[in-house]
Write a protein that binds this ligand. Structure first.
Ligand code: KIV
Length: 293
């Protein structure tokens, strides 16, 4: 079985099949997310916050994205891997966007890129798609514009803002995006958008009527404690598991209870005997007599 493609994801909407997408940022998380059954793995620029410790996605670079996406691709065989285009890697014009998107595809082996913005990004999306690069759109709360939006807030609340989001979704559909992430918008608005566009919508904080859902690895698993977004459900407390494991390890090391013979390596008794003082003396004497030459 080959990799899931962007066109398989489009077909899932036609068949009414829900699309499961989740973020991952390295080899082990990519493997685990694929083994858990995700169709699409997003190497999101959230990596800036949940992996690299920045307070927004703005500082993430192309080199960061290439480095992490390569690792996720190496850890997966089946899922469609989508690489996020970081802040200012596509906003400056479609030519620069093309060079950066091509770099992501060529250097990492990912199957698609994602970028933020609707109407404002449509020309760029169209150029990339024309060049054969599958593009996922992203509208609503677009974290790269957090400084302009004044925080991670619900979008599309007023009729005017909701209409703008409809234009955004339609512009992305016309530009050839194969799917559109809808982030932090009212559920009824997401349902309307989902009905109005032919391409799949993937919600995060956008209600149950989207064609698919995306969640951030660390939110789902309890690995990010700076804050938990309202839209996230914690399916496991891996943070607590890890803390507990580390504290038991630390206690064992301090008590001399780790490692035991089971976690240690034996040595050939003859080789060991030569290292003991009497053995060492024998080696010295043999050496002095030139017997080792
Ligand atoms: O960067 C990211 O992880 C994202 C998701 C929140 C959709 O864009």
């Amino acid at each position: 079985m080959g990799r899931i493609t962007a066109s398989d994801i489009r077909d899932m909407k036609k068949r009414g099949e829900k699309i499961v997408m989740m973020t991952a940022y390295d080899y082990p998380s990519g493997r685990l997310v694929e083994q858990g059954g995700a169709d699409v793995i997003l190497v999101g620029d959230t990596l800036g916050m949940v992996v690299l410790g920045y307070d927004s996605t703005v500082p993430v670079t192309m080199d960061d994205m290439v480095h992490h996406t390569k690792a996720v691709v190496r850890g997966t065989q089946r899922a469609l891997v989508v690489a996020d285009m970081p802040f200012m890697s596509y906003q400056t014009g479609w030519q620069e966007a093309m060079a950066n998107a091509a770099r992501l595809l060529k250097e990492t082996g990912c199957g698609a890129v994602k970028l933020e913005g609707g109407v404002r990004s449509a020309e760029t999306v169209a150029k990339l798609v024309e060049a054969g690069i599958p593009v996922m759109g992203h509208i609503g709360l677009t974290p790269q514009s957090v400084n302009q939006l004044g925080g991670f807030k619900l979008q599309g609340k007023t009729p005017a803002a909701a209409v703008q989001l409809m234009h955004d979704a339609q512009a992305l559909e016309q530009a050839g995006a194969f799917a559109i992430v809808l982030e932090t918008i009212p559920a009824p608005l997401a349902e309307m958008l989902t009905q109005r566009v032919s391409v799949p919508t993937i919600g995060i904080g956008a209600g149950v009527h989207c064609d698919g859902q995306v969640q951030v690895f660390h939110d789902l698993l309890g690995l990010f404690d700076a804050f938990t977004p309202k839209h996230a459900r914690r399916y496991a407390d891996a943070g607590a598991l890890i803390r507990d494991a580390v504290s038991r390890y630390a206690a064992d090391v301090r008590a001399g209870a780790f490692p035991t013979a089971r976690e240690s390596f034996k040595m050939d008794p003859a080789a060991l005997a030569e290292l003991r003082p009497e053995g060492a003396e024998a080696i010295r004497r043999r050496h002095a007599l030139g017997l080792d030459a």
